[in-house]
Design a protein around this ligand. Structure first.
Ligand SMILES: Nc1ncnc2c1ncn2[C@@H]1O[C@H](COP(=O)(O)OP(=O)(O)OP(=O)(O)O)[C@@H](O)[C@H]1O
Ligand SMILES: [Mg+2]
Length: 413
């Protein structure tokens, strides 16, 4: 049994205080702010404190007082502003909102394997990763969701935006409401110059996971709403996203046809503008094709159009649903050879066909990390993120965690 103090907003406090008591701990204080908590800390009061990472509850002064009193602090990341605050004040013992009590306890005991240590932001401006692929459902949405999840699990702030003007399906795949499409709202506000980080947090939904939560800007449920996603609005919305989060993962449509060629009206809205603009704005494009004969031929033809839109250096080619049943023996080698021979594409990433894992994910409205952590498809996506999207060395840093602040050793709870 340990003595614990809390400084949390009401919704978190009511859950976690009960959890702590259920696990046999003594709750000695429930404070309304970091200042109140800091002023009561001494070695005879609390041994451990649990706070929200928001500025109201977590300050540099609180950490100084906690260090002085030899009290260990863990923060709950309940907003992205809070996540940034934890990085600013130098607290690395953080867990995501929704973490269970045993996870929080593991962090309090400084078990580095369980701690989700935040990384430094990926540079001053966030990066945009667009996931694109030809017609035929090669797995753009599945890949975008799971890339976002892996980036979040590595400690980055992440937003997943559905920019598909034909068949946006991020919301239903994750079991989120899509009555008020978040990305269209962001575009509308960007169009009037009133999009801010606060507005983004208001219109986005949160996919909550103890492995790493992320924001979701849902797509247009009715395809007829596509005129809301004009090129300039998409550009403006993605610019703001760069200031908001470390990584914005964009699920795009398949069609790269430039409607200017079929319309004489230069100012008419263009259905493919959102996808084309997202690809042009992206720092990196994950181009996904289906690893079967039909999918390959579709991919190779569309890849030519992709390279007319953006430069090759920014493209990572991914072949999804790889299986011997439709390609023959040694499917990875055969698919790689076809890509090189007919498209000059080298070093593609292969993701195996993994029906059980993706069915479980769709059934639960969850990421592979949350429902099929050991699945081969998830392993391939983790490798894709670590080796082709995160900067070199970042994945290793994330696994080891960042150096911890020196503080007195706590007695085990
Ligand atoms: N590696 C895989 N193994 C098995 N099933 C997969 C795999 N990747 C995706 N799927 C499944 O394939 C289906 C289509 O995937 P997804 O919706 O991601 O494709 P898409 O390219 O976004 O399609 P759309 O054209 O509808 O936007 C989904 O049911 C998904 O669960
Ligand atoms: Mg899709």
């Amino acid at each position: 049994m340990a003595r614990l103090a809390f400084a949390l907003p009401h919704n978190l406090e009511s859950v976690l205080v009960d959890d702590a008591r259920d696990h046999g701990h003594d709750v000695v204080a429930r404070c309304a702010s970091a200042g109140e908590l800091a002023s009561m800390l001494d070695p005879s009061s609390a041994e451990f404190v649990v706070v929200s990472s928001a500025e109201r509850y977590l300050t540099a002064r609180l950490l100084t007082e906690a260090d002085r009193a030899g009290v260990r602090v863990v923060a709950i990341n309940d907003t992205d502003a809070g996540r940034r605050n934890a990085i600013t004040v130098g607290l690395h013992e953080v867990v995501e909102d929704g973490a269970t009590w045993p996870v929080i306890e593991a962090v309090l005991l400084a078990n580095p394997l369980k701690a989700s240590a935040p990384l430094a932001p990926a540079g001053d401006r966030g990066r945009v990763i667009a996931v694109w692929g030809p017609a035929g459902s090669p797995g753009r949405t599945s890949l975008a969701i799971n890339i976002a999840a892996e980036l979040a699990s590595a400690g980055h702030t992440v937003a997943l935006a559905d920019v598909d003007t034909y068949s946006g399906s991020v919301a239903p795949t994750l079991g989120l409401l899509d009555e008020a499409p978040g990305f269209a709202a962001a575009c509308r506000l960007a169009g009037t110059g009133s999009l801010t980080q606060l507005e983004l947090e208001r219109i986005a939904q949160r996919y909550v996971s103890s492995h790493g939560s992320f924001w979701v800007l849902t797509g247009i449920g009715r395809p007829s709403r596509w005129p809301e996603l004009s090129a300039s609005r998409v550009e403006g919305a993605l610019e703001l996203c760069r200031e908001w989060v470390d990584y914005t993962v964009v699920d795009t449509g398949f069609n790269l046809e430039n409607d200017e060629e079929i319309s004489s009206d230069m100012f008419a809205p263009r259905r493919n503008a959102a996808t084309i603009e997202a690809l042009r704005a992206a720092d990196q494009v994950v181009a996904v094709g289906s690893a079967d004969p039909v999918g390959l031929s579709r991919f190779l033809r569309a890849h030519v159009d992709l390279l007319e839109t953006i430069v090759t250096e920014r493209v990572v080619v991914v072949m999804n649903r790889l299986r011997a049943a439709v390609v023959g023996a040694s499917p990875a080698r055969q698919v790689a050879q076809s890509l090189e021979r007919f498209g000059g594409i080298v070093a593609p990433v292969m993701i195996p066909h993994d029906q059980a894992a993706f069915d479980a994910a769709v059934l639960e409205g969850a990421t592979l990390y949350d429902v099929a952590v050991k699945s081969p498809a998830r392993a391939a996506i983790t490798t894709l993120v670590n080796e082709r999207i995160l900067p070199p060395g970042a994945a290793k840093r994330a696994r080891r965690g960042r150096p911890r602040r020196a503080k007195a050793q706590p007695t085990p709870i």
